[in-house]
Design a protein around this ligand. Structure first.
Ligand code: RRO
Length: 308
């Protein structure tokens, strides 16, 4: 079966790519993604200045998922802007993930990184781990204001990474914001913010920042991710391509995302736990699922979820 897909006119040789944040901070990591079977190279969310991030331990993997409070460790946008020309040699799309500690930072970074011509830009409205900063994505007015200012600065396809929402009214309000903002694709979802994992043996938290609170990822969040993919797919009538993120550990998980409406999927926790060989395994497993079900391509199963 055909596992390549197209989003906003950009062809991806595989529908599997890394999630922003997962093994994509340094040049070495980005080049490793380039050499791997990943269908794209997604950068760590970048800020104006380079950041060390929060104190360690700041990521913890457990059997059903992960929790992190990385605190946006990254090389700063100038380093990524300089790296993009070399990353092009891998002949797969480059997605620059843009963050910011305030609204104006997003504008500076978007303008400059756009000039270095990544294939797409993903605007991260959903970093849950900066102490004292709310997620922009949980404030629809702030989201709309930011997207209205950033949109004209971006000439490549612009996507938005959103946090999970847990109420249909929030899906409706944010879908309207996305519709009005001329967004080319959505990445859904960021980690389930401000969860707490407890180690009962040590009677302790498992990560150091924020008293142990952090964003949940991995298998445990798949139903939340699927709900968000499905809700935005329906509200936007399939007109805005969606990259599904959350709980893709096996090929069948990617198939579920695609039934809900995803065009492609991103891999966070499973990539951190398994390394870049995860991409080859996922391709093999999804190909087997599609073949067994008689689908010739990822395109042919998109959005086909049956309701009862
Ligand atoms: O760096 C992080 O702590 C982080 C970010 Br920017 C994000 O968007 N999502 C996440 O789970 N961690």
């Amino acid at each position: 079966p055909e596992l390549s897909i197209t989003i906003a006119g950009v062809r991806f040789p595989s529908c599997f790519m890394n999630a922003a944040g997962a093994r994509c901070v340094t040049r070495e990591e980005l080049e490793r993604l380039g050499r791997s079977r990943a269908g794209a190279i997604v950068t760590k969310s970048m800020t104006v200045e380079a950041r060390q991030g929060n104190p360690e331990p700041r990521y913890f993997g457990f059997p059903s998922g992960s929790i992190n409070s990385m605190g946006l460790p990254n090389l700063g946008y100038l380093a990524y802007a300089e790296m993009i020309p070399a990353l092009r040699t891998f002949k797969k799309p480059i997605i620059a993930s843009v963050a910011g500690l305030c609204e104006d930072d997003f504008l500076v970074i978007a303008k400059e990184i756009n000039a270095s011509r990544p294939d797409l830009i993903e605007v991260n409205l959903s970093c849950p781990n900066i102490p004292g900063k709310p997620q922009i994505g949980y404030d629809p007015e702030a989201s709309e204001r930011l997207l209205k200012r950033v949109r004209p600065l971006i000439t490549v396809p612009m996507g938005v990474k959103l946090p999970p929402y847990f109420d249909p009214v929030h899906h409706q309000v944010m879908a309207e914001v996305i519709r009005r903002a001329d967004v080319d694709f959505l990445s859904l979802i960021n980690s389930v913010g401000n969860a707490l994992v407890v180690d009962p043996d040590r009677e302790a938290v498992v990560i150091k920042p924020k008293g142990g609170f952090g964003g949940l990822g991995g298998a445990i969040i798949k139903p939340v991710a699927l709900a968000n993919v499905r809700a935005f797919w329906k509200l936007l009538e399939g007109r805005v391509p969606i990259i599904g993120t959350g709980g893709v550990v096996r090929g069948i998980d990617a198939f579920e995302h695609m039934l809900c409406g995803a065009s492609a999927v991103q891999i966070g926790t499973a990539l951190v736990e398994e390394g870049v060989d995860v991409f080859e395994r996922l391709e093999r497993e999804l190909a087997a699922v599609l073949a067994q079900k008689g689908y010739g391509s990822v395109d042919s199963c998109r959005g086909k979820l049956r309701e009862l």
